[in-house]
Write a protein that binds this ligand. Structure first.
Ligand code: GUN
Length: 281
């Protein structure tokens, strides 16, 4: 039997409706959640993401502030902006869109965001809290993946989760998130020998590399749950994940498509994290 397709679009719509209600009740208590997004330079993909974050925030009643700085902005100017937002009581979440221009050290900027407003979950304090299984802001894509799996009542405890990719934004945190849920976690990456020897043992396979067709049916166990975080733009202009969807869906029990899979969950979890930040302020 072919896999059930998990549409992030549907789960995101459901959750955003709940978040909208939560914001209305916060507003009655005089709390108006606010999110600031800083973008430096003219990267076209980043501009699209930032526009979408603003639109999604406003659609559910989050006050949204977008700060557009030009490519020549100095590291100190950006630091000053972050510090100003750290001290702005109308702003509960701060996100600095990555990548930053080469002359700016992203590590220094991320560390300048107060951890209580770090809705991206990138600050080393939040990373450390995630690894030590404490309450913290968790990066949005990993959180979205966990939310989708829980929404489908897919068991996690004791299951073997194989993560392909070790980025700080997705691969590393998603492994820790599932470890905290009592899964057994294996990480694979560009230096892994015989990738499929690992991936075909996965009960839940998460691929976050950015290589179309990296995962074919030979790399997937019968009945596995396959989560595709790949997001490559093909020469045709179409979006592609890491997984060969048409063949893998015949073998998996659940599979996420690209587009309409994990993508819509990421911004939804950013909205969720901003509401948490506002409630804790
Ligand atoms: N660039 C690509 N993904 C992300 C993200 O999740 N957060 C930020 N700040 N920048 C990104």
């Amino acid at each position: 039997m072919p896999a059930e397709v998990i549409y992030g679009t549907e789960i995101a719509t459901k959750l955003r409706n709940e978040l909208r209600k939560e914001i209305m009740s916060l507003q009655k208590k005089g709390i108006q959640p606010g999110l600031a997004v800083i973008i430096v330079g003219d990267d076209p993909a980043s501009k699209v993401y930032v526009r979408e974050k603003k639109r999604a925030s406003e659609a559910i009643g989050i006050h949204s502030k977008v700060i557009e700085l030009n490519e020549a902005t100095s590291q100190q100017e950006l630091l000053d902006k972050v510090l100003e937002l750290n001290n702005d009581s109308s702003i509960h979440g701060i996100l600095v869109q990555l990548p930053l221009p080469k002359h700016i050290d992203a590590k220094i900027i991320i560390e300048s965001i107060t951890p209580n407003k770090d809705v991206d979950g990138f600050h080393p304090i939040n990373v450390g809290r995630l690894i030590t299984n404490q309450e913290c802001f968790v990066p949005c894509t990993p959180l979205g993946i966990l939310y989708m799996i829980k929404d489908k009542n897919i068991p996690i405890e004791g299951k073997h989760v194989v993560v392909v990719g070790r980025s700080n934004i997705v691969g590393k945190p998603v492994g820790h998130l599932f470890l905290n849920e009592n899964a057994t976690v294996t990480y694979c990456h560009s230096a892994t020998e015989d990738l499929y020897n690992h991936t075909k043992k996965a009960d839940i396979l998460i691929s976050a590399v950015g290589k179309p067709n990296l995962i074919n049916e030979q790399g997937v166990k019968d009945g596995a749950v396959v989560i595709d975080v790949g997001n490559s733009v093909l020469s045709s202009g179409k979006l592609s994940g890491d997984v060969n969807f048409d063949v893998v869906k015949e073998k998996a029990s659940y599979i996420t498509p690209v587009p309409k899979g994990v993508g819509p969950m990421t911004i939804t979890m950013l909205l969720n994290n901003t509401i948490i930040a506002a409630k804790q302020s």
